[in-house]
Every structure is written in structure tokens, then in C-alpha cells.
Design a protein around this ligand. Structure first.
Ligand SMILES: [Zn+2]
Length: 122
């Protein structure tokens, strides 16, 4: 099997990026329909605002992902892709295949998540 190079990952990232942008559009359409279709009793309104909240949540997560993808593409351009942004260690290719926009090695990612979890508790 030919090993994956930067260009393969760039293609993967661009594809994922296009998919995210597309789902973003769909969410916008859903939200618009939801707002336009708003009438009826309080229960309906409560339910639809819950759905909207979830859609917004999904949307902001999608934005985060887009930001990460852009960052990863930048790193490909700079020839730094596959190198951890934190400790400059190598990021396992297996990890990049599952999550092509990883810019941290598994170790630094875990440290980051621990920190974030702490911040969320504070
Ligand atoms: Zn690292």
C-alpha cells in the first residue's frame, strides 16, 4: 500500500471542509423553516426552540471543526503537517487518518482536554 502523503491529507481535508460547509447550509435552511413555521401552543414553541438550540450547538461545533481544518491545511502548506503544534513530536499517521485535522499528538491532545475539563468545572 502506498503511504499517504501531504497531498492525500490535503484532499481529505478539503473534502471534509466542503461537507461541513454543505451541512452548515442545510442547518441554516432548517432554522429558517423552523422560525417561519412557528405558531401553535407553548409546547410547540418550547420544542422548536430546543431544536434550534441543538442546531446552533451543532453549528458552532461545525465552525470549530472548520477552523481546525483550515489550520491543518495551513500546516500542510508550511510543511509542518503531522508534527505536533505543542511538543513538535510526530503525530501518528493512524490518528491523522481518523482525524485529519489533528494538530496535536495524542499526548498533548489529552493534556489539552484535561485542562479544558478543568476550565469547564471552574
Ligand atoms: Zn505533542
Amino acid at each position: 500500500m502506498k503511504s499517504l502523503g501531504f497531498e492525500d491529507f490535503r484532499k481529505l481535508l478539503l473534502k471534509k471542509r466542503a461537507m461541513l460547509l454543505k451541512s452548515d447550509e442545510n442547518i441554516d435552511k432548517d432554522l429558517k423553516r423552523d422560525i417561519e413555521g412557528r405558531h401553535g401552543d407553548d409546547v410547540d414553541i418550547a420544542e422548536s426552540s430546543y431544536e434550534q438550540e441543538m442546531a446552533y450547538l451543532f453549528k458552532s461545533r461545525g465552525k470549530d471543526e472548520l477552523r481546525l481544518i483550515d489550520e491543518a491545511i495551513k500546516r500542510i502548506d508550511q510543511g509542518e503537517y503531522g508534527t505536533c503544534a505543542e511538543c513538535e513530536g510526530k503525530i501518528a499517521k493512524k490518528r491523522l487518518i481518523v482525524q485529519p485535522y489533528s494538530i496535536l499528538c495524542i499526548h498533548c491532545q489529552e493534556e489539552m482536554e484535561k485542562l479544558q475539563a478543568k476550565e469547564n468545572l471552574a
